[in-house]
Ligand binder design. Structure first.
Ligand SMILES: [Ca+2]
Ligand SMILES: [Ca+2]
Ligand SMILES: [Ca+2]
Length: 233
């Protein structure tokens, strides 16, 4: 009887510690939408995530130097948005198991540019959705399992790669990085450039399972890689 009581206390303790840890991670190491994707900034009944002109000034997001009309350039917003993600936990389930990790605010690598660009009012989801509607052949649809109608279409590195390639925004083996570049390490891993220095080194923000938390790497030596360069300015 006493032993059973002990087990109960230990079991309760384990559950309590686990629950408190999850609450802590949710609060302090999670990304939370706060209307970034789900809001409707220009009240046109199209949520930001899929609004081609999120601030409603008549200029499409990619051509709008201040796409969210907050007085700061897209580049400034992208850099600050990416840096704010440092410390967010990498989603070990990678969106699996009903996206429990995603619901907790944990992210995968492509979420870094996805969220940072969204912070500027540029939504990769919208760009890819519209592109897919016009040119489904731009994407490897994998017998219908990789289309905007399926979960995670917008959170797959290879789809961002294929979008950039088909829209002439992919620079193969780029000689130098530029702030805002989405850097492809492969079709399955990408980072975001947030700083370029006069000595040729650069800073990037990365989410990777080995890092556990999103990190900014400073003064990295550039090695030519394929990059998506979406912004002209
Ligand atoms: Ca809207
Ligand atoms: Ca606009
Ligand atoms: Ca802005």
């Amino acid at each position: 009887m006493k032993k059973r009581y002990k087990y109960l206390i230990v079991g309760f303790g384990v559950i309590l510690v686990f629950s408190l840890s999850m609450i802590y991670l949710y609060l302090f190491h999670g990304f939370h939408d706060n209307q970034l994707f789900t809001g409707d900034a220009d009240h046109d009944r199209m949520i930001n995530q899929f609004d081609a002109d999120a601030d409603g000034d008549g200029i499409a997001n990619l051509k709008d130097h201040d796409a969210n009309n907050n007085g700061r350039s897209n580049m400034q917003d992208i850099v600050s948005g990416a840096k704010r993600l440092t410390g967010v936990l990498y989603d070990p389930l990678k969106g699996g198991h009903g996206n429990i990790g995603g619901r907790m605010g944990f992210i995968v690598c492509i979420d870094v540019p996805r969220i940072a660009y969204a912070d500027a009012g540029i939504y990769l989801d919208q760009l890819m959705k519209d592109d897919y509607e016009r040119h489904p052949d731009h994407y490897q649809t994998q017998k219908g399992t990789n289309t905007p109608a399926t979960p995670y279409f917008y959170r797959r590195v290879r789809n961002v790669y294929d979008y950039a390639k088909a829209n002439k925004m992919l620079i193969r083996k780029a000689g130098t990085p530029k702030v805002g570049d989405i850097v492809f390490y492969s079709r399955y891993h990408a980072t975001l450039v947030v700083g370029v220095h006069s000595d040729g080194t650069y800073d990037e923000v990365e989410a990777h399972p080995k890092l556990i938390f999103v990190q900014e790497h400073k003064h990295k030596k550039w090695r030519p890689k394929d990059v998506a360069r979406l912004l002209k300015q």
